[in-house]
Design a protein around this ligand. Structure first.
Ligand code: FAD
Ligand code: 2HG
Ligand code: ZN
Length: 501
């Protein structure tokens, strides 16, 4: 750790700034639009009349506060009200009323989003889906499951596993995030390489539009080419076009033979070579290919009890690879010849294949707890980018040079999908405008110049709405605005998010 950081650390400790880190401290909040109504006691009486159960309405500051603040403690709103409907009909009545009164609404799932999309910017009311958490049906022939939007991802997995099926998406936040939130962000995660994006897995959506209309597109059909595929509009639109209340999606059979391997490499070029071989030699059984650089490993070892140095020698890069299939002997043979090939050609420095589930969990822990460990360090500036593979790690090196020790730079991500998680951490500091100015718009310009995407999987939210143009052309943004206007003319759904103001 260099001197500047140690000095800052001391200053922050003395000033007690530790963990007081909100978006407002960065100083670029969009002003409140005065066209929105400020809620009053009559509005609350109305919500009480439709929701009946007093636990479905939160107005007490202590109860509302956790819903106002995001997972990173970076974005903080000032809502006075959380409503927690239990049925689609209740969602419909809430939105119809809000539309008429011009009350702005933020739909909220598990509140694990990383771009400030799930919390109010100002005093928008929060519509939490937490009470809509039932699995409605499962068809054992097609493997299609129909669930309410507030189902927690891990609970759906636990429901499916005894039936021999699995969810086609997996991510570190699975214990808290909801399937409605996953769909609304078009979340990627660690199994996208195998099962593809939610745009392909989701077969049907029931959503409530801004004026309260219930749109039933809850098909369970694999093939349905009847006009525009409206459900796709809700996947990845981050709660700006409607509130998803139910979903149906295809679930794959749960693989019975799983292998997890960890490799260390001297260079990022070698990581790429291993990826190419894995795709060619493992083909259909390759289910995850994740990478992390050495600073990520050091960070996890520092913050996560029970983790240990994976290999004798420290190297700059690590790969976590998983195979999933249905024939242990066949998968084992494929994996062995792949390992022989990458070791024979010295693409890896060291490698280890987990021998039991405890081992697999500990390998995955090295990858899946990076985000949580970063959260324990202090303010972190997160960039979730798609970049061409030859530019993929270059940006991490460029940022290290540019920031010159003023912050710590971490590179990890879903390399198999071309998705880099660039994280810039300032230990024990608050979010600062000076630091932000050193990073942005440079990171976005770099990404745009290399024809990448400024959001591979986390979305745009409040964080990147003013930067959308780095990844989308003017006509594309214009069309998005027209769709938004057609579906939500009063702009009550998740205002200030996704689209530039
Ligand atoms: P929220 O955070 O509550 O909301 C996210 C957005 O969706 C908001 O704009 C909100 O308004 C909207 N929304 C939520 N529910 C609805 C609904 N029913 N109808 C309409 N709009 C709705 N993301 C990835 O893509 N890949 C990862 O690997 C990944 N790993 C993560 C690991 C950790 C430790 C954490 C904390 C986050 C991670 N994320 C990842 C980010 C986050 O978990 C995902 O974006 C997730 O899909 C958000 O789900 P949620 O239920 O928490 O939604
Ligand atoms: C992951 O892949 C998540 O672990 C979070 O998408 C990434 O913390 C991040 O930047
Ligand atoms: Zn990710």
């Amino acid at each position: 750790m260099n001197k500047t950081i140690i000095n800052r650390l001391l200053v922050n400790r003395n000033n007690n700034h530790l963990f007081k880190r909100t978006y407002s401290s960065v100083g670029n909040k969009i002003p409140r639009d005065p066209k929105y109504a400020v809620i009053n006691s009559k509005d609350i009486d109305y919500f009480r009349s439709i929701l009946k159960d007093p636990n479905q309405i939160l107005t007490d500051k202590d109860d509302v506060d956790p819903f106002n603040c995001d997972w990173m403690k970076k974005f903080k709103g000032n809502s006075q009200l959380v409503v927690k409907p239990k049925t689609t009909e209740q969602v419909s009545k809430i939105l119809s009323y809000c539309n008429e009164k011009k009350i702005a609404v933020v739909p909220q799932g598990g509140n694990t989003g990383l771009v400030g999309g799930s919390v109010p910017v100002h005093d928008e009311i929060i519509l939490s889906l937490a009470n809509m958490s039932k699995v409605e049906s499962f068809d054992p022939i097609t493997g299609v499951v129909t669930v309410q939007a507030g189902c927690i991802l891990e609970n759906i997995e636990n429901y499916l596993v005894p039936l021999g099926y699995t969810v086609p998406i997996d991510l570190g936040a699975k214990g808290s995030c909801q399937i409605g939130g996953n769909a609304s962000t078009n979340a990627g995660g660690i199994r996208l390489l195998r099962y593809g994006s939610l745009h392909g897995s989701i077969l049907g959506v029931e959503a409530v539009l801004a004026d309260g209309t219930v749109l039933d597109c809850l098909s369970t059909l694999r093939k349905d080419n009847t006009g525009y595929d409206l459900k796709q509009l809700f996947i990845g639109s981050e709660g700006t076009l409607g509130v998803i209340t139910k979903l149906s999606f295809i679930t794959p059979p749960k693989p019975t033979s799983v292998n997890v391997a960890l490799f260390s490499c001297h260079s990022f070029d070698r990581v790429q070579q291993v990826l190419i071989r894995a795709k060619k030699q493992l083909g259909d059984i390759l289910s995850a290919f994740e990478f992390m650089d050495r600073p990520c490993i050091d960070l996890v070892l520092k913050h996560q009890a029970g983790t240990r140095e994976p290999f004798d020698d420290s190297t700059p890069f690590y790969v976590l690879m998983e195979t999933s299939g249905f024939n242990e002997v066949h998968d084992g043979e494929k994996l062995s010849s792949f390992l022989e090939s990458i070791m024979g050609d010295e693409l890896i420095v060291d490698g280890s294949v987990a021998t039991d589930s405890k081992n697999m969990t500990s390998f995955w822990k090295l990858r899946e707890t990076i985000t949580e460990s970063l959260g324990k360090e202090g303010a972190t500036y997160k960039y979730d980018l798609s970049l061409p593979i030859d530019q993929f790690y270059q940006l991490v090196a460029v940022m290290r040079e540019k920031l010159d020790g003023k912050a710590l730079v971490y590179g990890f991500g879903h390399v198999g999908d071309g998705n880099l998680h660039l994280n810039i951490s300032t230990p024990n500091q608050s979010y600062s405008k000076d630091m932000l100015d050193m990073i942005e718009p440079f990171v976005y310009e770099y990404t745009s110049k290399h024809r990448g995407s400024i959001s591979a999987e986390h979305g745009i939210g409040a964080m990147k709405s003013q930067h959308l143009h780095f990844s989308k052309s003017d006509p594309a943004i214009h069309l998005m605005k027209s769709i938004k206007h057609a579906m939500d003319p009063n702009n009550i759904l998740n205002p200030y998010k996704v689209l530039p103001q």
